[in-house]
Design a protein around this ligand. Structure first.
Ligand code: HEC
Ligand code: HEC
Ligand code: HEC
Ligand code: HEC
Ligand code: HEC
Length: 180
């Protein structure tokens, strides 16, 4: 929780404002594209089934971390409690030791860039998919309460109950805003 608040201070959970400020100050910042062009009929063609366990196959609930279920505790936990708070690597580096390809692309999401994987994931197991702390349809709004630049478009997609992750990669990407 402390780490989360620290992040908030560091970055400010208000990218919308930041973008507007940058756009005003620097001519080099491109104007956002027209969301209607990008998202026309998107909600009709793509349904957020993947993360909700609907669709083909049996409904999936919960997830377990492979090294945890294999009881490889020492892959992460140190012998002594004093070392990195009991972990073999500092918290911000631990996950990236094995997941070294999770960051790819020019644009990296704030909490991912600082190694705060645990802002969204649990280390052992979860009642949600992908070891998520919250349901995928709620996790983004736990930090993002700022007014959207693209407010109209985002209102439309939330009316169609699309998950943020349908369009945005949670970690990073080649496109601005980590659009998929
Ligand atoms: C993938 C790395 C990883 C593995 C494997 C792992 N842990 Fe953890 N564990 C963590 C992290 C990271 C935390 C700290 C979580 C936090 O501070 O939010 C933690 C916290 C804990 C805690 C403190 C209480 C809690 O649940 O938050 C205990 C106890 C614990 N682990 C036991 C185990 C045991 C026993 C195993 C092996 C069966 C194990 N862990 C395997 C990463 C791991
Ligand atoms: C010792 C190596 C190791 C470390 C350290 C590690 N992981 Fe993993 N993680 C794995 C393996 C192995 C898998 C399973 C990959 C597979 O099945 O393709 C996995 C899978 C995952 C998944 C996908 C789970 C799913 O249900 O699909 C997530 C999310 C994840 N890890 C997050 C983390 C986070 C967060 C940390 C840091 C607390 C972390 N990992 C640290 C080895 C590791
Ligand atoms: C802002 C929340 C958030 C943060 C921070 C975050 N993740 Fe994730 N992660 C997700 C979501 C949501 C998914 C579900 C799959 C998806 O939407 O692509 C996921 C899926 C995963 C997966 C399984 C699927 C895959 O792409 O391989 C792994 C592994 C993973 N995350 C590792 C990490 C690691 C390592 C970090 C820290 C560097 C991290 N995550 C930080 C939200 C987050
Ligand atoms: C732990 C808090 C946290 C969570 C959870 C979180 N974010 Fe973020 N997000 C941030 C921070 C911090 C920034 C960086 C803000 C900045 O650069 O001004 C950011 C930036 C972004 C940006 C880029 C905005 C810009 O103007 O460049 C997008 C897009 C974004 N997040 C989408 C998501 C999505 C989608 C999810 C859910 C998968 C999510 N966020 C969950 C903290 C969070
Ligand atoms: C239908 C696809 C789609 C969905 C679903 C979606 N977004 Fe976006 N998002 C976009 C597009 C496209 C942009 C770029 C808009 C622009 O450039 O004006 C964007 C921009 C953003 C930005 C940065 C600019 C801004 O408007 O603040 C953030 C932050 C963001 N989205 C967060 C979210 C969150 C949080 C959710 C879930 C509540 C979400 N998005 C759901 C497509 C989507």
């Amino acid at each position: 929780m402390i780490l989360l608040m620290g992040l908030g201070l560091l970055y400010g959970c208000d990218p919308g404002t930041r973008h507007r400020v940058l756009s005003t100050v620097f001519d080099g910042v491109p104007a956002p594209p027209n969301p209607d062009d990008i998202c026309a009929d998107y909600g009709d063609t793509k349904k957020s089934t993947a993360l909700q366990g609907e669709g083909e196959g049996p409904a999936v609930t919960g997830s377990n971390h492979k090294p945890y279920t294999e009881k490889r505790c020492s892959d992460c936990h140190a012998q002594s409690k004093t070392e990195n708070g009991g972990l073999i690597h500092p918290r911000q580096e631990l996950c990236l030791v094995c997941h070294d390809t999770i960051i790819s692309g020019t644009f990296v999401h704030g909490p991912v860039a600082v190694g705060d994987c645990l802002a969204c994931h649990l280390p052992h197991s979860s009642s949600n998919l992908f070891l998520l702390r919250q349901q995928p349809e709620k996790i983004c709004q736990s930090c993002h309460r700022e007014e959207r630049l693209a407010a109209t478009m985002h209102q439309k997609v939330s009316d169609r109950s699309m998950a943020c992750g349908d369009c945005h990669d949670p970690h990073s990407g080649q496109a601005r805003y980590f659009l998929r």
